[in-house]
Design a protein around this ligand. Structure first.
Ligand SMILES: [Zn+2]
Length: 112
């Protein structure tokens, strides 16, 4: 027995039916859209937060920062917008601000 994706009530009629009616279809699709918007919003917020952290470091005229300090500032290494490979290294950017590994615990902060 198939059930409506929206209201979970049993479905009757055509085998390929997924919803009871247009209301259920619209409701389901709107919810799906809201979830997607939420995912994008959360990712954007996370990127913005990372950006502000890098901005603060640059404003403080510091050009290098320890990994510990970045963690302490709640920098999330999973959220970047671009990786630029140089001959010897890779620079990870959050928009136009980036960081590059100097040694195991130190990052160089760069502006594009
Ligand atoms: Zn339904």
């Amino acid at each position: 027995m198939k059930i409506c994706l929206n209201c979970k009530q049993p479905l009757f009629g055509r085998r390929d039916k997924k919803f009871c009616n247009d209301f259920c279809r619209n409701n389901y699709n709107n919810q799906l859209n809201r979830d997607r918007v939420e995912v994008v919003r959360n990712t954007n917020n996370r990127l913005r937060k990372n950006y502000r952290i890098l901005e603060k470091i640059i404003e403080a005229k510091k050009r290098s920062v320890s990994k510990t300090e970045l963690h302490f500032l709640d920098f999330d290494f999973n959220f970047i917008t671009e990786v630029v490979e140089t001959k010897t290294d890779s620079i990870r950017y959050v928009y136009d601000l980036g960081y590059q590994v100097l040694d195991t615990d130190t990052y160089l902060i760069l502006e594009k």
